[in-house]
Write a protein that binds this ligand. Structure first.
Ligand code: MET
Ligand code: ZN
Length: 796
């Protein structure tokens, strides 16, 4: 069926790397802890790889036709590309071997630092909750062709009878995702190094061909952003780059001279100009690329004109969602595929919209989901089956997959008609929302009333919510889950923990206290467990970065809150102290961002439902006497659409959802919010639009750069730029914190300024936390005195 470089009819862009039982995570952590040597780690990693290949073959992909991607990053796929290019920042230059390549130990040093040198920075990958390691590129960065690890994998698999398709981040996206290396001249743009990078990629392609790869996948999701999209216009940089890479002839056969055939993928949106869908694909085709991929879930269907322009280039149609867990509507997908094939005349293959990295392994591993749910879901393994079925249907006609089509149709029909999916009482409430449900009284009047009630000093001190989650806390939670201790014993334990945390904060002299969040395993899952409409998985882990995984809940139905659940803990904590204590909630946008969310209605409707559930909880907190409620929205920026044109609509519904959650609060109730990212400037107007009385943000690591943005914007309500970096065990001194507070006062009037850490203290140990908070309180009190003196005017 395939010529020398025929592309398989079914493929996926990538598969979860961490292993169905998190085998790779465990091996990595054992290696870093010194319990497993490098050979042991690589042995375990190969076991995961072999298992993946076996599993994908079982699920219907062919081991010998390049349909299985080799995307087995030990830590991160962008770091893999950095390693293959040997593109090390100067501070790590000594890590390169003689030929410029990067070995395993060096690879982890880049990812994790070595005590002396900070690691590469972690940043979110497009609009997902996956984090990649940011390349640092300067005018002097060397680019070599050193994909030895990847070539080794291809060779080894080939010996085992499998021809895999190696995956790299493509050159344009790689440089778009990079930042200028420290010390580069002002305005230096990593993309200016494209020619050197492309020369190295050409070498890598040759190395991979020699190792036996017939196809290579170059991921270019950068083309779905505004900046990358512009580069994909006809005659632009993308065309030039790929013309150059494609100018080497494809190797005539295994191990012959030449390059592998090229598949360029464009997940996470529409590549190129969104007003000309498919044009970027035609540009790649014209440049000589053998196969192009389009994300048909988030992206727009290519126009007929663009399809016609593909000529003989293979189109991989990403119709199966790589980012969500819902079963595909196979009949509708097949319709779309048949249309594409008819219009393009080119050969169409079936694929996923993105790598399956973002979803768990296998629905079949779930034993405790509500009975109705499994049939509606598709995790990675089910998605592979969907891709395979669609490709058979496309090639052989519908009758060939009649049973699959029927089952998909039936499952979706069952889902659409299922009781909890549409709950009339919830719909009536969201349907009746009026403008006043989103608005509170004027902020300055609120501030006056709140100050009267709370009587806080200037520069009030507080924390963000969680206190260190000790082994004891985690053990108690595990014990109640497994039945080792009773619910009553567990609650007793939590009350003791809360008492300890409240006493500690009083002793430290903090002004606004918290209960410490010991009852929460995770700030989203805890809410999912207490709301109707959500389900938790048992094995649904997805990689967040490196060995870190999260287990998102599944939001499948209309959301409501059956009963108050944070109130007992908050009121118990408040009963222990005369100081004000904040109720702690997670905001609607963050709950959506960190869950798998139903795809059958606009996010805005789902967000409003979650907001109303939170609003009910706030009302109950108020009724129980709570004077301050914090609603965390750390993910507000994460969901920000990649295209500027799509951002206003998102910011509108997300901000409105937060306001809906909080606007029921009395004017005397102080609403706080917390956001932890430092690139604040971009969304500052939206954060202002949240209309919270007090906003805490991450700032310590960037040495309070945000203060200038705030001052420039004229932010007028309470604001707490973090003065203690909780991402590191380092204890900041009192002087250092006082310095940061003074710096903040240069841009923020003292009556608005709050003193707090960057984020929650959950991941920290007690020793460093107590010392740091002691310094924070002391620094606040010192600066407070200076402020009081200057407010009193010059003394004689
Ligand atoms: C990621 S933001 C975390 C906020 C939460 N209240 C905490 O302190 O842990
Ligand atoms: Zn935070």
């Amino acid at each position: 069926m395939t010529t020398t470089h025929g592309f398989p009819a079914a493929t996926i862009l990538g598969y979860p790397r961490i292993g169905p039982r998190r085998e790779l995570k465990k091996a990595l952590e054992a290696h870093w802890a010194g319990r497993l040597d490098e050979d042991g780690l690589l042995f375990e990693a190969r076991k995961v790889q072999d298992r993946t290949v076996r599993r994908l073959v079982q699920l219907g992909l062919d081991a010998a036709d390049s349909s299985i991607p080799a995307d087995f990053a030990l830590y991160d796929q962008v770091l893999d590309t950095t390693a293959a290019l040997g593109a090390l920042p100067a501070r790590f230059a000594d890590l390169a071997a003689e030929d410029g390549s990067v070995g395993t130990a060096a690879y982890f040093t880049l990812a994790r630092g070595d005590g002396q040198r900070p690691p590469l920075e972690l940043t979110k990958w497009f609009d997902t909750n996956y984090h990649y390691l940011v390349p640092e590129i300067g005018p002097e960065t060397t680019f070599v062709a050193a994909a030895h690890q990847l070539a080794g994998i291809i060779r080894r698999q080939k010996d085992r009878g499998a021809v895999l398709r190696p995956v790299l981040v493509g050159p344009v996206t790689y440089l778009l995702l990079a930042k200028a290396e420290a010390g580069a001249p002002a305005g230096f743009d990593p993309l200016s190094r494209i020619d050197d990078a492309v020369a190295a990629y050409a070498g890598i392609l040759a190395e991979l061909a020699e190792a036996g790869a017939a196809w290579v996948q170059l991921d270019e999701p950068g083309l779905v952003t505004d900046r990358g999209g512009a580069l994909a216009a006809p005659g632009g940089l993308v065309e030039r780059v790929y013309r150059q890479l494609a100018s080497v002839p494809v190797a005539a056969g295994p191990q012959a001279n030449g390059r592998p055939a090229l598949l360029v993928t464009t997940g996470y949106g529409t590549a190129g100009d969104p007003a000309r869908p498919g044009q970027a694909l035609a540009v790649l085709a014209a440049a000589g690329v053998e196969a192009v991929h389009a994300d048909l879930v988030r992206g727009t269907l290519p126009s007929a004109e663009a399809l016609a322009a593909l000529g003989g280039t293979r189109l991989v149609a990403g119709v199966v969602d790589g980012r969500n867990v819902w079963r595909n509507h196979l009949p509708a997908s097949l319709d779309a595929l048949e249309d594409l094939q008819a219009q393009s005349g080119a050969a169409v293959s079936v694929g996923t919209s993105t790598s399956l990295l973002h979803v768990p392994h296998d629905v079949a591993a779930e034993t405790a989901l509500p009975a109705h749910l499994p049939a509606w879901l598709a995790f990675a393994d089910q998605k592979v089956r969907e891709v395979v079925a669609l490709s058979r249907g496309l090639a052989g006609g519908r009758p060939l997959i009649a049973a699959e089509l029927r089952r998909a149709e039936a499952a979706l029909r069952h889902r659409a008609g299922f009781d909890g999916v549409t709950v009339p009482a919830v719909r009536t409430r969201t349907g009746a929302l009026a403008e006043e449900d989103f608005t509170r009284g004027p902020a300055d009047r609120r501030a006056g009333l709140q100050q009267e009630r709370l009587g806080l000093p200037v520069l009030p001190t507080t924390t963000i919510g969680s206190f260190p989650q000790t082994g004891e806390v985690r053990r108690a939670r595990a014990a109640v889950r497994s039945g080792g201790i009773s619910q009553a014993e567990y609650e007793q334990f939590l009350r003791a923990e809360i008492t300890r945390v409240v006493r500690l904060q009083e002793e430290l002299g903090l002004d606004v206290l918290v209960h410490g969040e010991a009852e929460r395993n995770d700030m989203v899952q805890y809410f999912a467990e207490n709301f109707d409409g959500f389900a938790a998985t048992g094995q649904g882990w997805v990689q967040s970065y490196g060995s870190r995984c999260t287990r998102p809940s599944i939001l499948w139905g209309d959301v409501s809150r059956p009963q108050a659940f944070t109130v007992p803990w908050t009121s118990f904590a408040q009963s222990l102290t005369d100081r004000p204590l904040k109720g702690m909630l997670t905001g609607p946008v963050t709950i959506l961002a960190w869950s798998f969310v139903r795809d059958d209605q606009p996010l805005a409707e789902t967000a409003n439902q979650v907001a109303l559930a939170l609003r009910d909880e706030i009302a109950d907190l108020e009724a129980a006497g709570t004077a301050i409620v914090q609603v965390d929205e750390p993910a507000l920026r994460e969901l920000l659409p990649l295209r500027a044109a799509d951002q206003p609509a998102y910011l509108d519904w997300s901000v409105r959802a937060f306001r809906l959650a909080t606007a029921g609060a009395a004017e005397q109730t102080q609403i706080h919010t917390h956001l932890c990212y430092s690139e604040f400037g971009e969304v500052i107007a939206a954060i202002d639009g949240l209309d919270a009385d007090v906003t805490s943000i991450e700032a310590a690591r960037s040495r309070l750069e945000v203060v200038a943005d705030l001052a420039y914007f004229g932010f007028s309500r309470g604001i707490g730029p973090g003065v203690y970096d909780i991402h590191s065990p380092r204890v900041p001194s009192e002087q250092e914190i006082a310095g940061l507070i003074t710096a903040a006062l240069a841009g923020i009037p003292s009556r608005q300024l709050w003193i707090n850490p960057d984020c929650g203290l959950k991941t920290r140990g007690y020793a460093e936390t107590v010392d740091s908070l002691r310094h924070l309180v002391a620094a606040a009190s010192t600066v407070r005195k200076a402020v009081a003196v200057s407010a009193a005017g010059p003394t004689a």
